[in-house]
Ligand binder design. Structure first.
Ligand SMILES: Nc1nc2c(ncn2[C@@H]2O[C@H](COP(=O)(O)OP(=O)(O)OP(=O)(O)O)[C@@H](O)[C@H]2O)c(=O)[nH]1
Ligand SMILES: [Mg+2]
Length: 454
């Protein structure tokens, strides 16, 4: 049964396992009463203390002390959820928080659903949907850059952009509707010019926001880079060099890596999932065959494939032939330059180096960074970035707006009225981004991805 807003909810807010402290969070009308019932502290009851204070006490079950705790008190609306909130900080580990939570539930609270606390913050209007999504981005951030972008979004930078777009569309719709007061052929040229310019500016603002998706996608989801090549070319050497640890076995025996190995590292603020794969060759070995099949699957899923070649390979020319038909984004590296007299093949954009040397690894890092960041300026300060959901809404809203612009320009008799209604459709879509308009299903979808206790 879905939880109601007047239910009091509770959950453990810290991850399981050993740690310094654990936190049980309670939110709702009964939060303070529940704290009074289970926490014993010197002097007055927790609920009688001033708001935004903390109380040192003991959680007691049938006169037996379960844990020594610190209780934080937040009175509505000055709390995370904008409701009365109690946070009980106990000792970390597997026992304390679970026993405290059991007492809290016995005292009448209901176990919170995933993301329920943040959902309440949204439903009470303390944050909008874009900010709520930033909470998840922040928790999941893999790099400093991703974290900074999420904090900006949490502080409302992205919401402001959506709200500006919303207001601009609203103004445009209102202005178009106002033209109905004029007989069609008496509409001053100036008004038409202004409407046109206004819509063009909005179109431009849409594009500017949509353009931030590439970086948002990269920071949130990371990039999958797959190292591919014949056996023994140095794929595992490259993986280890990038990770700066001996993750994969390196040997001069061709066919050493038989299964894909995937690890994550941060490259200039971008989370990169890097996969070392089984070397590609014809083989009758069933296990190796399966490994090679996996290599092909990974290559199809990759954002970037690194094709690694051995400069000492006598069949290098022939091996390079296969590259001509490759369509997916890729980087070509010729390895073992230390064993090769003279320069490597003249192939635009390729690298010629020795992975056994540190400078070789650095060259690869720089090239990967360049390929993955594309048009993104990673030296600039990170800013709040749209997500896939926002992008979809923006693209749909932009489409409505552009259809409106077409109608304005068409000179049709009813063009302006129809354009106004296109703008209104666009408005609804932008409203869904921040949560001015929403359906329960959307909230379930967004908050269902959160952890319990957040
Ligand atoms: N001389 C020289 N040897 C290298 C270089 N890079 C790697 N090697 C050697 O080449 C051999 C194969 O390296 P690996 O990294 O295991 O090659 P691989 O592509 O993973 O091979 P498989 O797992 O068998 O497909 C090892 O002996 C490495 O030390 C290089 O730049 N120069
Ligand atoms: Mg290997």
């Amino acid at each position: 049964m879905p939880l109601m807003m007047d239910d009091t909810i509770a959950a453990i807010a810290t991850p399981p396992g050993e740690g310094g402290i654990s936190i049980v969070r309670i939110s709702g009308p009964e939060a303070f009463a529940i704290a009074d019932r289970i926490v014993r502290c010197p002097g007055s009851l927790p609920s009688q203390r001033a708001e935004n204070t903390l109380v040192v006490g003991q959680v007691v079950e049938q006169a037996r002390v379960i844990d020594e705790v610190v209780v934080l008190l937040f009175r509505a609306p000055h709390s995370y959820t904008a409701e009365d909130v109690i946070e009980i900080q106990g000792h970390g580990g597997n026992q304390c928080a679970r026993r405290i939570l059991r007492l809290v539930l016995d005292a009448g609270a209901l176990l919170a659903e995933p993301g329920e606390f943040t959902r309440r913050a949204f439903l009470h209007g303390r944050i909008d949907l874009v900010q709520a999504e930033a909470v998840l981005d922040l928790i999941r951030a893999h790099s400093d850059r991703a974290g900074t972008a999420a904090v900006e979004q949490l502080e409302g930078a992205l919401s402001d952009k959506f709200n500006l777009l919303y207001d601009a569309l609203l103004m445009a719709a209102a202005r178009l509707e106002a033209t109905l007061d004029f007989p069609e052929d008496e509409l001053p040229d100036l008004v038409m010019k202004e409407i046109n310019a206004e819509l063009q500016q909005i179109n431009h603002d849409f594009d500017a926001l949509i353009d931030t998706w590439d970086e948002g996608h990269l920071l949130r989801d990371g990039a999958l880079v797959v190292i591919s090549g014949k056996p023994n070319v140095g794929k595992s050497t490259l993986l280890n060099g990038l990770l700066e640890k001996d993750r994969a076995i390196v040997s001069d025996l061709p066919g050493t890596t038989r299964d894909s190995i995937e690890e994550t590292f941060i490259l200039n603020g971008i989370p990169v999932r890097i996969a070392d794969t089984a070397g590609l060759r014809d083989t009758t070995d069933l296990i190796e065959k399966e490994g090679i099949e996996r290599t092909h699957r990974m290559m199809r899923a990759a954002d970037l494939v690194v094709y690694l070649f051995d400069l000492t390979d006598p069949d290098l020319e022939q091996a390079l032939e296969g590259l001509k038909t490759v369509q997916t984004p890729h980087l070509v590296i010729f390895n073992k330059l230390d064993m090769h007299p003279g320069p490597g093949p003249d192939l635009a954009g390729s690298l010629c180096l020795s992975l056994l040397q540190e400078t070789g690894i650095q060259q690869v890092r720089d090239a990967l960074s360049l390929h993955l960041s594309g048009n993104i300026d990673l030296s600039a300060r990170p800013h709040a970035l749209i997500s896939e959901r926002h992008r979809r809404l923006l693209l749909d809203a932009k489409q409505e707006m552009e259809a409106g612009l077409e109608l304005v320009r068409s000179g049709r008799e009813d063009g302006l009225v129809l354009a106004a209604s296109q703008m209104r459709l666009g408005l609804q879509l932008i409203g869904q981004a921040t949560g001015r308009a929403y359906e329960e299903e959307l909230l379930d979808n967004i908050f269902g991805r959160f952890c319990i206790g957040k």
